[in-house]
Design a protein around this ligand. Structure first.
Ligand SMILES: [Zn+2]
Length: 491
């Protein structure tokens, strides 16, 4: 970014849906794709007199995420009402956390071309999700439908410090965050299904006569992919530079306030929509229906014990323990913990980490992608593939044959030994047997034999080809060569 005439300042607000069975304050199911408005009850519909009860599992998951993000967990936290009107918000307020979030002051390390960079986390707090408005296609254009299934689903909001200084860093931050939350089974982080949403606060610092000028901050919303995050930040920074050149407006100037913009992915532009609401616009106040939560050290210790090995530590260990490259380690860990466990079992089972890595990142990953499936649903356990790797080595099975055996094992089942036998990939090592095959091939290719005798050395290739076909390539080439020469001289 050194060639830009300004420095970009980015802070990200990420919302992730927690992997709970039920909603944050009622027992309704959070399963994706249910018939509209079927997963609702008086609590999440906001009917008069219905009282919320906090989902303990959601709180535990949130604490787990905050600990993994090195946050401080507050010993006392409470719920607040954020008041606003929107058609997908039946209560006219959202239950969130305002001045006493359950966690704060954490950090996440990301990889940049310059090395590891630590990004501060201001806070992570819990809140409930709103419903969804559906704008019917081909309708009058005036009507919208509302689906309240999502209303009350637990969301964890993670707010970073404005310490990201390039679009690529924003993407790296999101990738690392997703890896962490998926590994800990806190969220499935599917941007397409809305279980991970991201808003980017962007402004730029421009060298100026009186030092450095900061442009007004714009919060860019509606970012539906990591790629969109990168593109939108790049566009918005450049737009702000143009704007600053023309009007010179700076952060802190009278009448300058934070604005909200939407990202139009098709046109590739940000569209500034409105003045951003201030906290005072929402008339926050403590929710009188919910009791505050006191978190003691025993509770934190209980959740901390569930963390296990975090992705960053896992990468370092795999790299040194199995002598893998940083790239291969990244490919393996990105697939999640069950995949890493499969790799380790395979490496142990076949006694060759490099081969295990090759099979896993080529064949097995390809199979999983083709089937759109997870390693947990892979039909062959790690020790079965380890046997294949060992057998291929012991019998001199070439890579193509080994792949054929693999494909058969995956589609039809069976052990490596069984499939090798079934496909006739048993090596032909018996000299007498091979000599018989050579003689038969010579008898069937009488003309080639005559040509060879008349000095056309190349003619022997046709006979050799016939032998290799007959043995399905399972005879050693040098052995075939030698027997064939002997037999041709004798003919
Ligand atoms: Zn409900």
């Amino acid at each position: 970014m050194a060639d830009l005439p300004y420095r970009i300042v980015i802070g990200l607000e990420v919302h992730v849906q927690l992997l709970t069975q039920t909603k944050l304050f009622c027992g309704c199911s959070t399963r994706f794709g249910q018939p509209p408005n079927s997963a609702t009850c008086p609590v999440c519909l906001g009917l008069p007199g219905a009282l919320p009860v906090m989902n303990r599992r959601a709180f535990d998951l949130a604490v787990k995420a905050a600990l993994a993000l090195n946050c401080r967990i507050a010993s006392f936290t409470k719920w607040d009402r954020k008041n606003y009107y929107y058609p997908d918000l039946p209560k006219n307020y959202q239950i969130s956390q305002y001045d006493l979030p359950f966690s704060s002051d954490g950090h996440l390390d990301i990889q940049t071309p310059e090395g590891t960079k630590r990004i501060g986390i201001i806070r992570a707090h819990l809140e409930e999700d709103a419903g969804k408005l559906l704008h019917e296609e081909g309708g009058s254009g005036k009507d919208s439908l509302v689906d309240l299934n999502r209303t009350g689903t637990p969301l964890l909001e993670i707010v970073s410090q404005p310490e990201l200084s390039a679009p690529e860093e924003a993407k790296a931050y999101l990738e690392e965050l997703r890896l962490l939350l998926k590994a800990l089974e806190i969220s499935d982080c599917e941007m397409q299904e809305g279980s991970l949403r991201c808003d980017a606060n962007v402004n730029i610092h421009v060298p100026h006569a009186d030092g450095v000028a900061a442009t007004p901050i714009v919060e860019v919303k509606n970012l539906n992919s990591f790629r969109a995050v990168e593109r939108a930040i790049k566009f918005e920074a450049n737009r702000q530079y143009g704007q600053f050149q023309s009007d010179g407006k700076k952060l802190g100037d009278r009448g300058v306030s934070k604005a909200t913009a939407g990202w139009d992915d098709v046109r590739g532009v940000t569209v500034v929509q409105r003045r951003k609401e201030e906290a005072s616009d929402y008339r926050y106040f403590p929710d009188p229906d919910l009791v505050p939560i006191e978190v003691d050290s025993a509770w934190i210790a209980e959740v901390r014990a569930l963390l296990g090995e975090l992705p960053a530590a896992q990468r370092t260990r795999l790299q040194s323990q199995y002598a893998l490259s940083a790239y291969d380690t990244e490919v393996i860990t990105r697939q999640g913990r069950p995949f890493v466990a499969y790799f380790e079992e395979l490496a142990r089972g076949c006694g060759d980490a490099a081969e295990a890595k090759n099979w896993l990142t080529n064949e097995i990953l390809q199979t999983l992608n083709d089937r759109k499936s997870d390693v947990r649903a892979f039909p062959q356990p790690a020790d079965a593939i380890a046997e294949l790797i060992r057998e291929a080595k012991a019998t001199g099975l070439n890579k193509q044959r080994a792949r054929d055996v693999y494909a058969h094992m995956v589609s039809e089942g069976g052990t490596a030994k069984e499939v090798i036998k079934k496909l006739g990939f048993t090596p032909v090592t018996d000299e007498g047997q091979l000599r018989d095959i050579v003689r038969r091939a010579m008898a069937a290719n009488a003309k080639a034999v005559t040509d060879f005798k008349n000095g056309k050395v190349k003619a022997a290739d046709a006979i050799k080809g016939a032998v290799m076909r007959e043995t399905k390539g399972m005879a050693r080439t040098e052995m075939v060569q030698q027997i064939l020469l002997e037999e041709l001289q004798r003919a």
